[in-house]
Design a protein around this ligand. Structure first.
Ligand code: AKB
Length: 320
């Protein structure tokens, strides 16, 4: 039986990962931890602990208390926020990861930490970006991700810590909004389409980026952590993607379903520069071969589901 700790549980991925893991492993076997006190009201179905992931002593105490054997470290400042305060991004992103790795080493835990398309940089091949290629990111977020990937492999090779990771693309979801990412537009556009029938897009037409719907992202986490270790030639981190599109394509997909939806561009130069340094689409064949990665959602099916779920929330008065 797994005893899992999700650190940064209140974020975009963590808030859906916790109930997903609870369904699989049982509510009491998945501990949610976050720095935000409001999360105590959200994670009512299982144990919740208030935790600043930079507090190594409290982090270790929680791992001891619940006999944790698997840590999902979901703590991170995202790419656009990171550029506003690079020193803070390094402190939080690397601090949470180092604590996860050190505590995992001490208490013999496995560790999952997401990497990102942000680990690539302008020198990486843009199309069909290979699993193993040049990685010279130009954002502090990406520098943290590449460092994190290398640290993950280092802790595996040197100490035998079972570290595994994926390079997530933009994650599109309808429960918790992302914050401060470059790919956030692909979430916000659905809310704009339903609420205002209009959206102002911060990335220019033609900016292709890899994307994934949340249910596939959750499957990726569990599938990789459950994968037979003898089959893994890579560990930190696997390219994974489900779709690649640029703003006018997601706009067209929504407009097909909401004909009076309109979109204009007001390009954010910081986000544009970040997006321009990332792949158009990645080659995720290693993930497919080594642990059976096989995403189920595409732009059309995801758009149907996003509009349905968010539309229902507005109708029920859960969103204003
Ligand atoms: C971001 O845009 O910063 C994140 C990511 C792709 O890692 N969503």
């Amino acid at each position: 039986m797994k005893n899992i700790l999700v650190v940064g549980a209140g974020g975009q991925i963590g808030s859906e990962l916790v109930p997903h893991l609870q369904k699989i492993y049982g509510n009491s076997n998945v501990v949610a931890a976050d720095i935000n006190t409001k999360c105590a009201d959200v994670f009512k179905d299982g144990p919740f602990e208030l935790l600043d992931a930079l507090d190594a002593q409290k982090f270790a105490d929680i791992v001891k208390k619940y006999k944790i054997d698997t840590i999902y470290n979901m703590v991170a400042l995202l790419s656009a926020t990171g550029e506003k305060n690079p020193q803070l991004a390094w402190k939080i992103n690397m601090g949470a990861l180092m604590n996860s790795l050190e505590i995992a080493r001490e208490f013999n835990c496995a560790v999952f930490t997401p990497s990102s398309i942000g680990a690539f940089g302008p020198n990486s091949p843009k199309d069909n970006t290979p699993q193993d290629t040049i990685m010279r990111p130009t954002t502090i977020y990406g520098i943290c991700k590449v460092t994190g990937e290398m640290l993950g492999d280092y802790y595996f090779q040197k100490y035998g810590v079972d570290t595994r990771s994926v390079r997530f693309p933009g994650i599109i979801s309808n429960v918790t909004l992302p914050g401060g990412g470059t790919t956030d537009y692909a979430v916000e556009i659905y809310y704009g389409a339903i609420q205002q029938k209009h959206y102002v897009c911060p990335l220019p037409e033609g900016t292709y980026l890899d994307m994934m719907y949340m249910p596939d992202a959750l499957d990726a986490c569990v599938q990789l952590m459950e994968a037979d270790p003898s089959k893994l030639k890579h560990r930190n981190s696997f390219n994974v993607t489900a779709m690649s599109f640029e703003p006018s394509q997601i706009y067209a997909a929504i407009k097909k379903r909401i004909p009076d939806f309109t979109m204009e561009y007001d390009v954010d130069p910081v986000k544009k520069a970040i997006a321009d340094s990332w792949p158009n689409y990645m080659d995720d064949s290693c993930a497919r071969e080594e642990w059976g990665w096989n995403p189920k959602w595409n732009l059309e099916t995801m758009t149907d589901d996003m509009l349905k779920v968010i539309g229902e929330k507005y109708k029920a008065g859960l969103l204003k």
